[in-house]
Design a protein around this ligand. Structure first.
Ligand code: SAM
Ligand code: SF4
Length: 477
């Protein structure tokens, strides 16, 4: 059973923290910014301070190619300073595509009769997880439609099933969730089940557009219930939150401002704990979903790159997720300017990993992905680009989340924990799953990044690498 929506969110006079008019005024005023002002703002970002909305609005207005390049360089530098050269890998796992809502942009909407409705049984779920583990995955995000069947008890049970699968070479060590917003009691159940991040995309922060694309009467049509979904998660004990907007529903400039206002709201309300990650998916085509064909606000590749850099500059400490919705080409281009996490080896059909050789099963998919390459292929490319893949899950298992994470999210965290753990978890991947070619590229990457650690840390990591070579697993600092 789905929980009852709080009366306050049903009150037509309820005022939330997104003020559409104010945002548009800020965007319009931003157009007057001088080059000097823009450079001052870039400097502030480089000192790793979060920007104010009026400052982000000024970055949004930049068209000058030289200034844009300065923004890209700064975004690159911030990512390197805060997160180093590590890129965290994960893969989504779709549990069920039943849905009571009729969101215009989504293949799973209830009115779409081209979709075969399917919820994985426990046995099917275990099988999907085994296939993921056997390809080297360690982190996953479980995804659900919005349906009374997928209530908090159901979600908690699936989390337990997933954690319970142990294969010869390992297990999924971190399970995140992307599901409909819950009530506080529901979140408590997920917290107890050992959830990592709870992720909710607001889709669009623009009230009128939200109303147009989420038909009246649907649960999802309640903007405020969704907007405050992560506040309730915090109240339920989950301090690891993911926000996002679906780009292409409304003007991208407004959505970037919305993401920033959401960040500020969470930081102010919860003693400095903002979102752990920000996602910025673009609308992809979905079976029999005309809205996705040529959306009015479709974001070009050029604007996409710009908005990624602006988010990086606006919130220097927050993780940024770039999904396999994007093509390999776009991912390669955008990754260096701020991305901290990507998915690879991705299948998004319900039961998609069990039919892995089929890149797509459109009648069980929410949309079509742009990068269906295998995990091994993407890992090799990432190494060749000078990065180190990470399967680290130590942060959350050592309770380095929420306030603790925010306090550590300075270079010390990366250099003391994240880089060593990236190297250690990547070594496990190379030994257990990698192709010969990827092994070669990977060993080279490990040597390079090892040489960049401080002497103390290097010593510890070299010792633990030896333990891994001798057969020990799940080694971290
Ligand atoms: N059903 C839950 C909900 O709506 O909150 C869970 C999320 S849904 C399964 C995952 C996300 O996919 C949505 O929040 C939306 O942003 C995104 N999505 C939906 N349709 C999409 C499309 N055509 N292209 C890309 N992303 C899409
Ligand atoms: Fe259902 Fe979520 Fe798709 Fe909307 S976005 S139709 S709620 S699965």
């Amino acid at each position: 059973m789905l929980e009852k929506i709080d009366d306050k969110y049903l009150d037509p006079n309820f005022k939330d923290f997104i003020d559409d008019e104010k945002i548009w005024n800020e965007i319009n005023e931003g157009k007057n910014a001088s080059k000097e002002e823009i450079r001052e703002i870039i400097k502030k970002s480089l000192s790793k301070k979060r920007l104010e909305p009026s400052e982000t609005a000024k970055l949004i207005s930049v068209e000058d190619e030289n200034l844009l390049n300065e923004m890209y360089e700064a975004a690159y530098k911030i990512k390197e300073d805060v997160y180093g050269k590590r890129i965290v890998f994960f893969a989504p796992l779709y549990i069920g595509n039943k849905c009571e809502n009729n969101c215009l942009y989504c293949g799973f909407r209830r009115g779409n009769s081209s979709i075969v409705r399917k919820t994985l049984t426990d046995e099917e779920l275990k099988h999907e997880v085994e296939i993921m583990i056997n390809s080297g995955q360690k982190r996953s995000i479980l995804v659900y439609g919005e349906h009374p069947f997928y209530d908090a008890d159901f979600i908690a049970r699936t989390i337990k099933v997933v954690y319970g699968v142990k294969s010869k070479t390992g297990e999924l060590r971190r399970v995140n969730i992307n599901a409909a917003p819950l009530d506080v009691e529901g979140y408590k159940k997920l917290h107890e089940a050992g959830i990592g991040t709870f992720q909710i995309f607001q889709e669009t922060y623009h009230h009128e557009t939200y109303r147009k694309i989420h038909p009246k009467g649907d649960r999802k049509s309640n903007y405020a219930w969704r907007l405050y979904g992560l506040d309730r998660a915090m109240e339920g004990g989950i301090d690891d939150l993911g926000i996002g907007a679906l780009f292409g529903l409304y003007d991208w400039r407004f959505e970037v401002m919305g993401l920033l206002y959401h960040t500020i709201h969470l930081e102010e309300k919860f003693g400095g704990i903002g979102p752990h990650t920000i996602s910025f998916p673009r609308i992809e085509p979905a079976i029999d979903t005309p809205f996705t064909q040529n959306p009015k606000y479709k974001v070009s590749d050029k604007d996409f790159k710009k908005l990624v850099a602006i988010i990086r500059l606006s919130v220097p400490y927050t993780g940024m997720i770039l999904t396999a919705r994007e093509s390999a080409k776009v991912r390669k281009e955008v990754l260096p300017i701020g991305i901290t996490q990507i998915d690879a080896g991705t299948r998004i059909g319900v039961g998609g990993y069990s039919e892995y050789e089929k890149e797509t099963i459109p009648d069980k998919e929410q949309f079509t992905i742009g990068d269906p390459r295998s995990l091994d292929e993407v890992i090799k490319e990432i190494c060749d680009m000078g990065y180190i893949p990470s399967f680290c899950t130590a942060g959350y298992r050592s309770a380095r989340t929420g306030k603790k994470f925010m306090g550590l999210a300075k270079p010390g965290l990366v250099h003391n924990y994240c880089m060593p753990n990236a190297i250690l978890t990547f070594k496990e991947y190379l030994l257990d799953y990698a192709s010969e070619e990827t092994k070669k590229a990977g060993e080279k990457a490990i040597q390079k990044h090892l040489s960049e650690l401080s002497e103390d840390r290097r010593k510890i990591v070299v010792e633990r690498l030896k333990q891994i070579e001798e057969g020990k697993r799940d080694v971290y600092v």
